[in-house]
Design a protein around this ligand. Structure first.
Ligand code: GLA
Length: 502
């Protein structure tokens, strides 16, 4: 009996110590989350679900909404078509429930630029690989709402590779002709009706994404879009997709040159097609950072571009793989801007598959709690697209506490659209600072050492003066006035994410 109690106590304290939950539970009162600015092209279909926490039922309203748009007061879904007239439309979103009400400014910018803040959502790759089906995508969309992720701004439900036919496959569902007689791309047998799938996702106020390659084959050797680029893009828009990941893969065997011009070419082509479509399609370049893509990704119409190889294939060193990917992505900080984001790849936490053994079932991440907070903090400071790629079916409380902290996400989604500058990088310390639209500064102190360590940054290093009100972003708590420096005692691989207000 005694042993049992002791064991139970140990187990409990063990869990609590290993995985402290930092994110406060959302209040029952309404709180509207999500970006303050949103880009749309004139006249294209418009869809936005107001992300908000608080007790349901909730009633939504929107003052100043352009007449072309309508709001469903019960669900908070805004739909219709973007106004034909370019310009800024200043809207005030409101939400009310039995406990209170909340309001938030929301600027709709009708013009040429999409993704004015980094896109957020889920991508199936690191969970389902070549097993992805229509049913799994629908379940992920269901889970995005049921888990509450959508209430924090997660919005895109994206299919990665393997929805097309795999030429030569012996698996009946995957084989067959990759294209119809008129050259149209055919989904494989696991995707019976793409239009019905996007309609299902859109009905929830969420958006749908998919993937192809400019080469004849994708990285998993399914059919790509080579010589069918425009036809495929039109088809994707017709099906109702809102996001395209364009993955170089076998295109490298089509054009073996290693010049910047050669690297730009396939992306220039797709980038010139997408804005002509009658849908807003966010354009995600995936070519692993070749030819310093951050310098020209925006010029070819990209909204975000992978700056590195696959995070899931990156070798861990003394530090887990997300750090080296993060360091490379951080170095391109000057090139990020609204609608043009550096993409360090997905958030691989929770239950997630191993890309080097993709046939094995997903397993619980081996990252410590501290490392997971560091991962999410780094991505937010880098204004990275926030795509979770673990299993949506097994989201636990700890994983959701990492993914769904409204103030951490606010750092990522800030309307100024600056990526954090690298203030310091040594073997033991990494420090990032991100200017925010309200004049505050988001600062991340990362302890890279394997032992507890105090990390400090001076005002001189941060380029600021005077007293600041400091806020612990993870705990969502003010921690008092500070002057001269900001410091924190951090556990191994731990982080302090702070916001310094004037
Ligand atoms: C490449 C990409 C990954 C994923 C796979 C799919 O490796 O970088 O993100 O899309 O292809 O095959």
């Amino acid at each position: 009996m005694r042993t049992l109690t002791l064991l139970a106590a140990l187990a409990l304290s063990g869990t609590a110590a290993a995985q402290p939950i930092l994110t406060p539970k959302p209040a029952p009162q309404p709180k509207i989350n999500g970006p303050e600015v949103y880009g749309a092209r004139p006249g294209r279909p418009f869809l936005y679900r107001i992300p908000s926490t608080g007790e349901r039922p909730m009633r939504f309203s929107a003052a100043g909404l352009p007449k072309e748009l309508k709001l469903d007061a019960a669900t908070g879904i805004i739909s219709g078509a973007a106004p034909a007239k370019r310009g800024e439309y200043r809207v005030t979103l409101s939400a009310a429930n039995a406990r209170g009400k909340a309001a938030r400014r929301f600027r709709i910018v009708v013009g040429d630029t999409l993704a004015l803040t980094p896109p957020m959502g889920w991508n199936d790759w690191y969970t389902h690989y070549d097993r992805i089906t229509d049913r799994l995508m629908r379940q992920a969309a269901d889970a995005m709402l049921a888990s509450g992720m959508a209430d924090f701004g997660y919005q895109y439900v994206n299919i990665d590779d393997c929805w097309m036919v795999k030429p030569g496959s012996t698996v009946a569902e995957l084989g067959g002709d990759p294209r119809t007689a008129d050259g149209s791309i055919r989904p494989n047998g696991r995707f019976p009706d793409m239009k019905a799938l996007t309609a299902y996702i859109h009905a929830k106020g969420l958006k749908a994404g998919l993937y192809t390659s400019p080469g004849p084959l994708t990285c998993a050797r399914f059919a790509g879009s080579y010589q069918h680029e425009e036809q495929d893009a039109r088809c994707f828009a017709e099906w109702g997709f809102d996001f395209l990941k364009y993955d170089l893969c076998s295109y490298r065997s089509i054009d073996k040159r290693t010049t910047v011009e050669a690297d730009r070419k396939p992306y220039e082509l797709m980038g010139s097609i997408l804005p002509k479509l009658n849908r807003d399609v966010v354009f995600n370049l995936c070519q692993y950072g070749r030819s310093e893509v951050w310098k020209w990704g925006g010029e070819v119409g990209g909204n975000c571009w992978r700056t590195t190889g696959d995070l899931g294939l990156e070798k861990s060193t003394r530090l887990p793989a997300f750090y080296s990917i993060g360091f490379k992505n951080a170095a391109a900080w000057e090139y990020a801007a609204p609608g043009k984001w550096n993409d360090p790849d997905y958030i691989l936490i929770g239950t997630v598959g191993d890309a080097s053994k993709s046939s094995a079932p997903p397993v619980k991440t081996s990252l410590t709690a501290e490392e997971q907070y560091s991962y999410m903090s780094m991505w937010a400071l880098m204004a990275a697209p926030l795509f979770y790629s673990g299993d949506m079916g097994t989201l636990d409380e700890f994983t959701l506490n990492v993914l769904c902290n409204a103030e951490v996400i606010e750092v990522d989604q800030d309307a100024l659209g600056k990526q954090a500058r690298i203030v310091r990088r040594t073997d033991d310390e990494f420090i990032l600072a991100k200017p925010m639209a309200d004049g505050s500064l988001a600062v991340g102190l990362f302890n890279l050492a394997d032992n507890e360590r105090e990390v400090a940054v001076s005002w001189q290093d941060l380029g600021i003066e005077g007293r600041r009100r400091a806020r612990d972003v993870w705990r969502q708590k003010d921690t008092g006035a500070v002057a001269g420096q900001y410091k924190a005692l951090l556990p191994p691989h731990g982080v302090a994410l702070a916001r310094l207000f004037r």
